[in-house]
Design a protein around this ligand. Structure first.
Ligand code: ZN
Length: 445
């Protein structure tokens, strides 16, 4: 028999917290402000500096304590002008964008384009087939709710350039790691292996990549002309922004929620990760407005420089290593505005009382308990080796990779309904973690 009335939560004020967030436009208006008042936030640009000031102001307005910034190194890079034209089998403009960290072309590169279907195929290809040519890597990312498929795609993007460089390729192109069919290329970081020739590398928009693929599959010869004026710059400084909702009887224990404040330069970082920042700030603001404080301290960290080098996440782990054992849970919101559909808890904790309580609190919001262990996000990943337990809310990524890392990552593509749902779920999970009798990771401390 189902009970039409929502069960009263054993966690005090949780029902009031959920009621205060029902239909709220809090996160939506925060992400709108971040996009319109700040804009793109690539590290060490004026937008990045403005974002740090913006974040501090919003966190103070939210009623949080200990609002501060902490220096984080940032790997710098400039995109510059970029263009590409297919010369053979027929002249046609191609939409592409440089991969983050790529070297430029020093003038134009004109060469034959050859296709390889995977990193393994590239590894197996004879050097004489690759040398002097433009390597195109045709890897297709599937559209899935859980976003799996992105990791395999990003591996091709990060590793492909050095593998091609080892064999003397003139340049490396990848099919955008995305799920749309628009002529907007998806950027993203590459990784040059030390000691390997660094070659110019870019992502083709998916329709352009597929056109090239069809030509080559039909046995036609393809030539392209490529100009990339991007260049790596010296390491600079950005900042993580922190704030806290202080706890009461367990104030020494920290429940952390993170998102990243930096964005790629192409859009305004509305979904990646303006939405995550807005979700985290709106969730804490709603908690701060409750008539009582949480038992544990809830800390929000808006990380610097996630996109090219995890500078912010690494700096936080270094600066807070001494208090790592006091971090009883860490969560991250970095899947855009996606409405959460599953809860993931640390390995071995699936049958415990805290997981039961979390799941009971989140099930009415539509969340199931995932079979796999929690993994955390990129920014909090350096905390794993310090023994910090992660709690994941798996956000619906069905639409996310249509816009991710493109010019279309803008406010118009944020769903008001989904971002409100995500804020409610994060707030509920954080409130339970901050108030439950139990905690995760006693063994790790
Ligand atoms: Zn992100």
């Amino acid at each position: 028999m189902s009970n039409p009335a929502a069960p009263h939560s054993p966690i005090r004020h949780l029902d009031a917290l959920l009621a205060s967030l029902r239909g709220s436009e809090g996160a939506l208006s925060l992400v709108r402000s971040l996009c319109d008042d700040v804009g793109p936030r690539y590290p060490c640009t004026p937008g990045d500096v403005a974002a740090v000031a913006w974040a501090k102001e919003r966190l103070r307005e939210a009623g949080l304590a200990n609002v501060r910034s902490e220096v984080a190194p940032a790997q710098l890079w400039e995109r510059g002008a970029e263009s590409c034209e297919l010369l053979l089998p027929r002249r046609q403009p191609v939409v592409l964008t440089a991969l983050g960290g790529s070297v430029g072309t020093t003038g134009a590169i004109e060469a034959e384009v050859i296709e390889l279907g995977s990193l393994e195929e590239l590894e197996a290809a004879p050097q004489e087939r690759v040398a002097g040519r433009i390597v195109y890597l045709h890897h297709v990312m599937p559209r899935r709710r859980d976003g799996t498929g992105y990791n395999a795609g990003s591996l091709v993007r990060t590793r492909g350039p050095s593998l091609a460089g080892k064999k003397g390729a003139a340049a490396c192109l990848v099919r955008s790691v995305g799920t749309d069919s628009m002529r907007a290329a998806h950027t993203g970081a590459l990784f040059y292996e030390p000691g390997v020739a660094q070659i110019p590398s870019a992502a083709l928009s998916i329709p352009d990549a597929d056109t090239l693929h069809r030509h080559l599959a039909a046995g036609r010869t393809a030539h392209a002309r490529l100009v990339l004026e991007c260049k790596p710059l010296p390491v600079g400084e950005s900042a993580n922004v922190l704030a806290e909702l202080p706890g009461t009887d367990k104030a020494d224990e920290i429940v952390l929620v993170g998102a990243h404040l930096d964005s790629w330069d192409l859009g305004t970082g509305a979904l990646d990760d303006g939405a995550g920042c807005a979700i985290a700030v709106a969730a804490l603001r709603a908690m701060a407005a409750l008539p009582a404080r949480p038992r544990r301290t809830v800390r929000v960290v808006l990380f610097a420089n996630e996109e090219l080098g995890i500078g912010g996440g690494l700096a936080y782990a270094r600066a807070h290593a001494d208090e790592a054992a006091r971090h009883v849970a860490a969560m991250e919101a970095d899947q855009g505005d996606g409405a959460p559909w599953a809860l993931r808890v640390p390995e071995g904790a699936r049958d415990g009382a805290l997981t039961r309580l979390l799941h009971e609190s989140l099930a009415p919001l539509g969340l199931e308990l995932d079979a796999g262990p929690s993994r955390g996000g990129v920014d909090i990943s350096p905390l794993r080796q310090l023994g910090v337990p992660f709690v994941d809310l798996r956000q619906d990524a069905t639409r996310y990779f249509d816009f991710h890392h493109t010019v279309n990552d803008v406010f118009d593509n944020v769903s008001p309904v989904d971002i409100a749902a995500a804020t409610t779920c994060f707030a509920a999970a954080l409130w339970v973690l901050a108030n439950a009798d139990e905690r995760y990771g006693e063994a790790a401390c």
